[in-house]
Design a protein around this ligand. Structure first.
Ligand code: ADP
Ligand code: MG
Length: 373
């Protein structure tokens, strides 16, 4: 059964279409993320589900009910926002307990039951020791966890979380991520989680919906969206360093197919991939244009020539990681990035051999700009 289902949801602000005919369904107990850059329509989508905003068209179901005409309170959802605001004069305990005391609540808890519920949630989030403190005596990370605890203290049908850990520093983020994962597994709750951070989405989600300018680009498991990005946009959004996108054309010669970047630079395409290139390629000025994608870990670089398909480029820049190097090359009007398996100590302008691992090639239409500018 779908716990949350939206059908053909559209929301306009004047002439801007913030959410454009979006349909998806999120299963009972699923951790479902909405991933996209700033302005993609993520927050608006959540606000429509929560009932804070009205759609121009489309239907929203929670459980098996159509909730279009229900107030936010009647929808039985809990929402946590990026910008948390705690009540400064309340203790952490009172902040977390607040939603349980709302006069509109049907379920009234005894003080003992309430304390048990608050302590359980606080312990899950690692703030059990802080219940008597005031918010001003907490660190930013602790405050964000209190705000999350407050959002999750009720047992609504669905949690809507809008970048709830965006403001934590990198280390705290990792621990908050682990906590969220634990919470969702333990409580078996349905979560729609908005983020612009692909690492969060990959780490937490059962499935990810990728939004771009109000339109769905892809919905899939973390593996699916990483391994089989449906577009150059999705490829580019997920992964660091980002996937390389190289524009060229498909050429046929002596029954073989080649990907040609420029006059003296073309590589033969494995027979097994030819039909995929045919599908992606388009006609332009009498040529078969195509964009290929390859992740930096599959761009093999070495001092020796590894195959007939190897090509040589001068090193543009090298950046070192703890156990690998990121090597950049100039390729036409873009950069080609390789991630090595070990650190390399190559100099600038030194020529090295490059190979693409063909089974990791992607073929795309051109929808994002990747020029160096
Ligand atoms: P995201 O959360 O993915 O960053 P939003 O849903 O906040 O995106 O916004 C989507 C688009 O709608 C953006 O272009 C944003 O500027 C616009 N927008 C959001 N809220 C309003 C509003 N109240 N009035 C006008 N435009 C808005
Ligand atoms: Mg937002």
């Amino acid at each position: 059964m779908a716990k949350v289902k939206v059908e053909n949801l559209t929301k306009k602000y004047g002439s801007l279409i913030a959410v454009n005919n979006v349909s998806f369904s999120c299963k009972d107990g699923e951790f479902f993320s909405i991933l996209g850059p700033s302005g993609a329509g993520k927050t608006t989508t959540l606000e429509l589900i929560a009932g804070i905003k009205k759609p121009d068209s489309g239907d929203i179901y929670i459980g098996s009910s159509l909730v279009n005409d229900l107030s936010p309170q009647a929808r039985d959802v809990a929402m946590a926002f990026e910008k948390y605001s705690l009540y400064p004069h309340f203790s952490v305990y009172e902040n977390i307990a607040f939603p349980l005391r709302a006069p509109t609540r049907k379920e009234k808890l005894s003080p003992k039951e309430e304390r048990k519920r608050v302590e359980e949630m606080a312990n899950l989030l690692g703030i059990g020791e802080l219940l008597d403190r005031r918010p001003q005596h907490l660190s930013g990370g602790q405050r964000q966890r209190v705000s999350l605890a407050r959002a999750m203290i009720r047992r609504p049908q669905v949690y809507l979380l809008d970048e709830p850990i965006a403001h934590l520093d990198a280390k705290l983020k990792v621990s908050a991520r682990t906590t969220l994962k634990r919470l969702s597994d333990k409580l078996g709750i349905t979560i729609i989680y908005v983020t612009h951070d692909y690492k969060e989405a990959l780490a937490l989600s059962d499935r990810i919906l990728i939004l771009r300018e109000g339109i769905i680009e892809q919905v899939g498991t973390p593996e699916e969206v990483y391994l089989y990005p449906s577009s150059d946009f999705v490829g580019r959004l997920i992964g660091d360093p980002p996937i390389n996108l190289i524009d060229g054309e498909v050429i046929k010669k002596d029954g073989k197919s080649f990907f040609k970047v420029e006059e003296d630079f073309s590589i033969q395409i494995d027979q097994a991939l030819v039909s995929s290139t045919e599908k992606a390629a388009w006609e332009e000025d009498g040529r078969r244009r195509i964009r290929i994608g390859i992740r930096p870990i599959y761009v093999k670089v070495s001092k020796e020539k590894l195959s007939d398909n190897s090509f040589q480029l001068p090193v543009y820049a090298v950046e070192h990681k703890t156990d690998s190097s990121i090597v950049g090359f100039e390729l036409k009007d873009t950069f080609l990035i390789a991630r090595t398996e070990e650190r390399v100590n190559w100099r600038m302008s030194e020529k090295v051999w490059i190979d693409f691992e063909q089974k990791h090639l992607h073929f795309f239409k051109k929808t994002v700009d990747v020029s160096k500018k």
